[in-house]
Design a protein around this ligand. Structure first.
Ligand code: PHE
Length: 353
């Protein structure tokens, strides 16, 4: 065997041996870049394969064919080993990413559980208002949201012909006689229901929803929340009313809010007043109405106005909230946008969990 042939045989063998070694290496490798490097080293443009093939020409024809087959078989084995290594590493990486994703999910689940729901601002305000009035000796009363004309109007001194009915933008319910059944347009019907059910002295507040055929704007909602108050006792005067609402405003807002009573008119109170509170920019916002319970309303409930006197008020809870939290637009309270609501998170009461 001449030196050329020896050299050629050595190069062919070097390739075949390198393939054997590299296959062992590839079986353990787990970095895709190393697979690429091994592939190009053995099979690429300036690789041992190219060299071995070139040397085939230097072999005598009797062993060339066999050597050629060895080279090709070795190349196929290596290619197979490369492909296997690639799919193994790909599967390993996929399993790894499942692990990472699963960790991620677990984290999200935990943080979701920590982010409990909370009471809506209106509910928080309602609870706060109830606490304030209960602290002043009132009890909390309730009434239905669907009312009859008697409770929503007639007993409150607003007969059918009275122009005040028009100003209420009533939402009627298609039940009974026309215009007999309606969504209550204010919480004042609870005054009547309470006086019918209880003997004076009466000290109640009635928070809850009221409804009017109104278009929503920055200061109005068609479904809104009111807190109605009613006091019936001996020797009750307008001064008791003024002192009570003043005390309540200070308890709700702190001391820095001013309030004022403006003469007004309601069929169910005499005298009547509109009640305003000051906003941070110095302007006034109307919170609702109040006044001394009209003797006819007392009589409608079989309370003797010669013996008992009373005052009543009805304030908008949504507006109280708007002032307290400086909301530009009261519609935020009805939008159910969690990004807005989360700003006012308040722990849920234990009983609701
Ligand atoms: N019910 C009146 C309203 O909703 C408010 C009010 C209540 C006025 C009690 C006087 C007394 O407009």
């Amino acid at each position: 065997m001449d030196a050329h042939t020896e050299r050629a045989v050595a190069d062919v063998s070097a390739f075949v041996e390198a393939v054997t070694e590299t296959r062992k290496y590839l079986a353990k490798v787990s970095d895709p870049d190393r697979i690429d490097a091994a592939e190009s080293e053995l099979l690429g443009r300036k690789s041992l394969l190219v060299l071995a093939r070139r040397q085939l020409g230097n072999l005598p024809s009797d062993i060339r064919k066999q050597a050629g087959r060895r080279v090709n078989e070795a190349r196929d084995r290596l290619q197979q080993a490369v492909d296997e290594a690639r799919s193994r590493v790909k599967a390993e990486l996929r399993v790894q990413s499942y692990e990472t994703d699963r960790l991620d999910l677990t984290e999200r689940l935990i943080s979701q559980r920590q982010r409990r729901g909370s009471l809506h601002l209106i509910t928080q305000a309602r609870d706060h208002l109830e606490d304030i009035f209960v602290g002043m000796g009132f009890t909390v009363a309730e009434g239905p949201e669907v009312e009859s004309a008697w409770y929503n109007y007639e007993a409150l001194n607003i007969p059918e012909w009275h122009p005040a009915r028009g100003s209420f933008d009533t939402l009627f319910v298609d039940l009974g006689e026309p215009e007999e059944v309606m969504l209550r347009s204010h919480n004042s019907p609870v005054q009547i229901r309470t006086m019918e059910a209880c003997e004076p002295p009466i000290y109640i507040v009635a928070p809850g929803r009221a409804f009017r055929r109104d278009t929503a704007d920055a200061t109005h909602l068609p479904t809104f929340n009111q807190i109605e108050g009613l006091v019936v006792d001996h020797d009750i005067t307008m001064a008791d009313l003024a002192g009570t609402v003043d005390e309540f405003v200070k308890a709700f807002f702190g001391r820095e809010v001013d309030c004022r009573l403006r003469p007004s008119h309601f069929p169910f109170t005499e005298p009547s007043a509109e009640f305003d509170v000051s906003r941070p920019d110095g302007s006034w916002l109307e919170l609702g109405g109040c006044g001394m319970v009209h003797p006819d309303v007392l009589r409608n409930c079989e309370v003797d106005p010669e013996v008992w006197q009373g005052f009543a008020f009805g304030f908008g809870i949504d507006r109280l909230v708007a002032i307290r939290y400086q909301l530009e637009d009261i519609r935020e309270l009805a939008n159910s946008d969690v990004r807005f609501l989360r700003q006012f998170q308040h722990p849920v009461r234990e009983v609701l969990l």
